[in-house]
Design a protein around this ligand. Structure first.
Ligand SMILES: O=P(O)(O)OC[C@H]1O[C@](O)(CO)[C@@H](O)[C@@H]1O
Ligand SMILES: [Mn+2]
Length: 453
């Protein structure tokens, strides 16, 4: 067992840095301070820019923000208690209530701290505190400290982006003549491209370049054996039955994509969404992004719009054509972008129905929800020390607004829904199989379908 607490009512304990040597411990001890140091450096490097834009006030803001961030880094490294947020942003109250709930649970304030509390909680909290430090210092309140890395990630993946756009254009130009089997083949490929796009996050690498350099299509065959759970057939049949149902009821099929990272991963998600619409598998795609800069590379509304603008402006025929198509999907309401504060809170998704009932109700309108990436997976299964053979449905603990599928490369030591012996075999060959980012899952759950566990 990786966590110290005992299992309560069949639900295992949260992963936590209190287990010395665990991945959570190493993350809190090493990776988070590294990320914070980079944040501080970035703000400092931009001092002149702040001066040019805001004069002396910009310099003061830079100094004070760095002061707050250094203070937080010190709190983290010396395992100080988690403290309430002091900004007046809409979600501050909710964060502070969450803190109080944890304090009550443990009986004292000291025990809610960087190394003693659930890893998921403190890691999310760090990003919210970064936001607070900037927010408290106008005129640089809106500065996205991760923007440079995200932009760089996009440009460094240009070759792969062009390849995938050319591939998509090839499919689209002949889409009416494709048989159902051919559509299925294309669907499978693009689902896997979107899956492996998740390798390109900048949080696991603590901000180091992690862009896509090879052809995303050519590598699919060799990557296939690394997909530990592959429910893509069920995802396909869910879409087909939604389509049949929509035809008979004269309604539409809606797919939601809960986005993860900007850069190459976002492009792969947009490509998948484009295919879903042009093939008629879906009539509407709702994208869900983050309302504040998050986990280094996650998509914000600005990143989303910027990526589409860049695609349109590319000096590459297919890419630019596709960019214009994306813009018109947004204009026509075929695509829409949404953000909700719940995505940047520390809750497990099983809390969504109670803590963000509007978002839960919204997701219930989808025929399929795709959850991208590692952090979303951690939140889906509560970031708990589950046995690897526990069913995905069990680990979701009642969360299931609609049929859902996680597309995730493994970057944290939590994984459910494996065959007996599968995890042991992996461990014997590669002890870090859950955290090295080499493996992936396409894991489906629907409360309507026959449960898999
Ligand atoms: O972008 P993703 O796939 O959610 O990954 C985020 C990364 O941050 C973590 O959540 C923790 O740092 C890892 O589990 C993961 O490597
Ligand atoms: Mn991410």
């Amino acid at each position: 067992m990786m966590a110290a607490d005992q299992t309560v009512h069949g639900v295992p304990p949260s992963l936590s840095a209190k287990v010395v040597g665990s991945f959570a411990y190493l993350t809190v001890r090493d990776r988070l301070p590294t990320i914070l140091t980079k944040v501080i450096d970035t703000i400092h490097r931009n001092k002149n820019k702040f001066f040019e834009e805001y004069g002396e006030e910009g310099i003061q803001a830079e100094k004070q923000t760095i002061g707050l961030l250094s203070k937080m880094r010190n709190e983290l490294q010396t395992d100080k208690p988690v403290i309430p947020l002091t900004d007046s942003l809409q979600d501050a109250e909710c964060w502070n209530q969450y803190l109080q709930k944890h304090q009550k649970l443990h009986g004292d304030q000291e025990s809610v701290s960087w190394f003693k509390s659930p890893w998921l909680y403190v890691e999310c909290y760090m990003y919210r505190r970064i936001h607070e430090a900037l927010w408290l210092n106008p005129p640089i309140s809106d500065y996205d400290v991760f923007n440079e890395g995200k932009t760089q990630g996009f440009f460094e993946s240009q070759q792969a982006v062009m390849t995938i756009c050319t591939h998509l254009e090839g499919i689209n130009s002949n889409i009416e003549n494709l048989s159902k089997n051919q559509l299925f083949e294309h669907f499978n490929k693009l689902l896997q491209v979107s899956l492996w796009g998740n390798k390109c996050d900048l949080s696991i690498s603590a901000g180091q370049d992690n862009s896509q350099k090879t052809s995303p299509i050519d590598s699919l065959v060799s990557l296939q054996p690394l997909i530990l759970v592959n429910d893509s057939n069920t995802v396909w049949s869910t879409l087909i039955s939604a389509q049949t149902h929509a035809r008979s009821e004269k309604t539409t099929v809606r797919v939601d994509i809960v986005l993860d990272n900007a850069g190459f991963e976002l492009v792969t998600d947009l490509v998948l969404a484009d295919f879903l619409v042009s093939s008629g598998l879906a009539h509407e795609v709702h994208f869900h992004g983050k309302s504040i800069p998050w986990f280094v590379s996650d998509v914000t509304a600005h990143d989303f719009q910027w990526t589409i603008q860049q695609t349109m402006a590319a000096n590459h025929k297919c890419m630019s054509k596709i960019g214009y198509q994306w813009k018109s999907h947004l204009k026509d309401g075929v695509w829409s972008y949404h953000d909700h504060p719940f995505w940047t809170q520390p809750h497990e998704f099983c809390d969504m129905a109670a803590d963000a009932p509007d978002l839960y109700a919204n997701l219930q309108g989808a025929d399929l929800v795709l959850f991208k990436g590692d952090l979303n997976y951690r939140k889906l299964v509560g970031d708990r020390d589950w046995d690897h053979t526990v069913g995905f449905g069990t680990a979701l603990q009642g969360f299931g607004p609609a049929p859902l599928c996680s597309l995730r490369t493994l970057k944290a030591n939590v994984q459910v829904g494996l065959q007996p012996g599968q995890a042991e075999k992996l461990t014997s060959h590669e002890p870090d199989w859950m955290t090295c980012g080499k493996y992936a899952v396409i894991q489906f759950y629907s409360s309507k379908a026959e449960q898999k566990d």
